[in-house]
Design a protein around this ligand. Structure first.
Ligand SMILES: C[S@@+](CC[C@H](N)C(=O)[O-])C[C@H]1O[C@@H](n2cnc3c(N)ncnc32)[C@H](O)[C@@H]1O
Length: 260
């Protein structure tokens, strides 16, 4: 993704934050973040946040969950600038760094982190085997991979409905299947691999979001983001709900651990 043609430009950041909260470019807010890391004590940990977006989650990993240090990486300049502002405003400039990176190997030494976290961002990394190997490499022995991502329920070609939805999103999605993730994580050397399907949750939440978009918030959202953008988002949400209801679009929490 070049800085000239961002998927998450200022307009998209502003719209997604209207939907999901200041600094959040994915659904569920603080509660969903807590679910992704349930049972993992972040106190004193060094955490890598892959695809940190506009930064509210990276901040909360330190401020609310006790991580000693967090590094947020992202490929887009606009979100990195927004995240840095958020980090500074939170007074966490010493604890959190936001790094703009190129897609590819993570720019960190082996064993640098206790936890590799990500919220709905590794959908943008097509090679799940490479992602898994890189996560494994930068974790210390016993470290955790605790990730939320948007998955497709099967391997092979997406259905025409899924294809249409992915085209409407136009965000460069590269969805993996649960099977492909399990295989990739196991092949990288991870153990205790566990997947939780969040489709039932998001299928309901997305309908509430669409009701707000089409109903009481429409005028306000149109005034803030433009009639055209809101119309295209309504079409995207309608298409998304079809594939959430069929189960083909299945957000998951992915959990795995490095052996000691
Ligand atoms: C849906 S947003 C989620 C942001 C944040 N995690 C949140 O939940 O608010 C996905 C983010 O992944 C970033 N991204 C895309 N490709 C990436 C890559 N190869 N490495 C790291 N981040 C990437 C995007 O720029 C975007 O900020």
């Amino acid at each position: 993704m070049s800085g000239d043609d961002p998927h998450y430009g200022d307009e998209m950041i502003a719209f997604l934050e209207s939907m999901w909260g200041e600094g959040y470019l994915s659904p569920g807010g603080p509660k969903e973040v807590s679910r992704v890391i349930t049972g993992i004590d972040l106190t004193g940990c060094h955490v890598l946040d892959i695809g940190s977006g506009s930064g509210a989650i990276t901040v909360s990993l330190v401020r609310d969950h006790g991580a000693a240090r967090a590094v947020g990486i992202d490929v887009e300049p606009g979100v990195c600038a927004a995240a840095r502002r958020r980090v500074e405003a939170a007074g966490l400039g010493n604890e959190i760094s936001i790094q703009q990176v190129e897609p590819g190997p993570f720019p960190f030494d082996d064993g640098s982190f206790d936890v590799v976290f990500s919220k709905d961002a590794v959908i943008h990394i097509p090679d799940k085997a490479f992602l898994s190997r890189e996560a494994f490499r930068v974790l210390r022995p016993g470290g955790w991979f605790a990730v939320s991502d948007w998955l497709i329920s099967h391997d092979g070609e997406p259905s025409p409905e899924m294809q249409r939805y992915i085209e409407l999103e136009d965000l460069g999605f590269a969805m993996g299947s649960p099977r492909s993730y399990e295989e990739a994580l196991a092949a990288a050397g991870f153990v205790d691999i566990a997947l939780v399907n969040r489709n039932p949750w998001y299928a309901e939440v997305a309908k509430d979001e669409l009701a707000l978009l089409e109903g009481p918030r429409r005028g306000d959202l149109e005034a803030r983001h433009g009639v055209e953008l809101i119309q295209s988002m309504i079409e995207t949400w309608q298409a998304m709900i079809v594939v959430l209801d069929s189960g083909e679009h299945c957000p998951h929490h992915l959990r795995a651990r490095l052996p000691h």
